[in-house]
Design a protein around this ligand. Sequence first.
Ligand code: BES
Ligand code: MN
Length: 462
Amino acid sequence: MSNRENAIHYVKNNYINFESTLVELVKIPSISTSPIHQKDIRSAAEYIQTLLLKIGIQETKILETSGHPVVYGSYVTQQKDAPTVLIYGHYDVQPVDPLELWTTEPFQPVIKNDRMFGRGASDMKGQIVASLSAVEAVIQTGKSPVNFKFIIEGEEEIGSPHLHEVLETQAVLFKNDVILNPDAGMISPSIPTIVYGLRGLAYFELKIFGPDHDLHSGLFGGVVHNPAIVLSELISGMHDKDGVITLPGFYDEVLSLSIDEREKLSRLPITEEDIRKQTGVKELWGERGYSHIERTGSRPTLDVNGLLSGFIGEGSKTVIPAWAMAKISMRLVPNQDPEHVHQQLIQYLTENMPSTVSWDLKKFAGGIASMANTSHPGVIALEKALEKEWGTKPIYKREGGSIPVVAEMQKHLGSDSILTGFGLPEDNIHSPNEKLHLPTWRKGILALVHFFYEFAGENENK
Ligand code: BES
Ligand code: MN
């Protein structure tokens, strides 16, 4: 049997072990945004480090940052002149609220109907374990065709605010020929996907201050401007009737789509009906003049992610709230700059804020959009690998989600990332009842084994 066949057999004989590794990892509540989970973050990093050692990675380290730690690993094969694949992952997860909407415990993974339920099962602990399982198979069954490096961070879900510290100071550690980033999903279980573009992100918290305490709305309604109303008006002014964002200069830097790309995107097998099913909405919405596929991947958007003001308990209470708060974020496309968007938001607020209130704007971490070079040898190898496993060529698509480190790694390491993943649109990532479709995940492991051999240019029979 060839090395590749041996590795494929190894995977097929070890699904149960890979699954239990994933169960253990999902059990760790490594929520990066909340300081309460500091210890869990550390346990997840240590769990990954132990796992790297267990699968045969020769050198591992936990690299400290001023935020959460980064797990590093390096494996050098005996094969001469082998290329190096750097595998990127994040072991942190999103918060679980609203907890009452979960039908199982978010950190007690349960397998039902071929799916594993739990926070992070799909985004992206499942993808980390898929990658490490493929690596394990390749190095445990023969001479690995490639060298491996690992960079597995704990702050992706909060915009990777400290990863640049290790990228800047330890760039040599991460030298590679390609970065494999399995943090982007696929469009359906039968259609493997290569993601060639991601959106960037700018994220803000806006607070409007009215009276210095909550007021009786009977005594003061009519003389005090209600900050919840001020905030609502500001928010509703951020789009016009055509779904176009009104911040001054917002579209100035937006790179428009070429006719050729629009034509290719229009052929993707994703319908409006698919999106209605995934989301449960009656009708889609968005910027006039662009298709649903263009609007999620290639056009910038603005959303309110959270809204808080006044009395939100049961029943009624007649107050004019003292303040109102909104979390507002924009998904950005090439060539928009999050700092310019920040300035545009400030200008919009300055021009439209009534003089009856005061306000404060906080900026959170974000990042720029990224586009992949689709003729990179890594992309070509991945295309072949996915086709081997699925029996059909992958589709190429832009994703609306953000992975700001893709651009950061391009900047600091000069290396390209290839983006794929084995999560599905139905996985409920960032939502209650996150899940992972195990049959697709298992195929993903096999495809990654093929990828390593294809990238090294090693043929089937060696
Ligand atoms: N894995 C996602 C991003 C993603 C999802 C890309 C699906 C492609 C397809 C990632 O973990 C994520 O959610 N990122 C955050 C980044 C933000 C907090 C800076 C996002 O997009 O909201
Ligand atoms: Mn992710």
